[in-house]
Design a protein around this ligand. Structure first.
Ligand SMILES: CC(C)(COP(=O)(O)OP(=O)(O)OC[C@H]1O[C@@H](n2cnc3c(N)ncnc32)[C@H](O)[C@@H]1OP(=O)(O)O)[C@@H](O)C(=O)NCCC(=O)NCCS
Length: 150
């Protein structure tokens, strides 16, 4: 498995992955076209040795605050370390951009995602409600957590 920046050729596979992971809350295909083409956004894809797109992350990599906008791994590939590899790559890139902090939002009841984020040092900052869903903003302070990265 390798991680690499996504390209326009990945849009169909990204939209399919998103639908498999988020159902009705998936991004429209146009949103994937936009993030792939927009210079400020970085899409990282995890590709298996067989060329299957098994996971993806979307990152606004900037200083002082970077944002992880999406992270998803295909159901068949979960629990193999792909989410961790993508998140690790995202954090390294944020460090490279000299960001002080990485923020993300997650459903309060999304235990696998919360465990992953906590393992990398993200901590909850505030809870809020979005269209009737309880969400949590989590933050990773890079200057304080550098020595704790796996
Ligand atoms: C959250 C998500 C991205 C995690 O991806 P993942 O690839 O399963 O994550 P990992 O494999 O790195 O870690 C998951 C678990 O597998 C374990 N694991 C990782 N590699 C492993 C390996 N080689 N052997 C055994 N277990 C392993 C991890 O320790 C972790 O265990 P834990 O949950 O008890 O802490 C995935 O569940 C997902 O796509 N969910 C749906 C979309 C979503 O909710 N995204 C987040 C929105 S904010």
């Amino acid at each position: 498995m390798t991680t690499r920046p996504g390209t326009a050729a990945d849009v169909a596979a990204l939209a399919a992955l998103d639908a498999a992971c988020f159902g009705a809350r998936r991004w429209p295909r146009e949103a994937w076209e936009e993030v792939i083409l927009h210079p400020a956004w970085l899409t990282l894809v995890a590709e298996t040795a067989g060329g299957e797109l098994a996971g993806a992350a979307v990152l606004l990599c900037q200083r002082p605050v970077s944002s992880l906008a999406s992270l998803a791994v295909a159901p068949a590939w979960r629990g193999c370390g792909i989410g961790s590899a993508l998140l690790n790559d995202c954090i390294l890139r944020c460090r490279g951009a000299c960001a002080n902090e990485v923020v993300l939002e997650v459903d309060e009841d999304n235990e696998p995602a919360m465990r992953l984020y906590r393992r990398f040092g993200f901590r909850p900052r505030r809870g809020f409600e979005d269209e009737g869903i309880r969400r949590v903003e989590m933050t990773l302070t890079l200057s304080e957590s550098g020595r704790r990265l796996p």
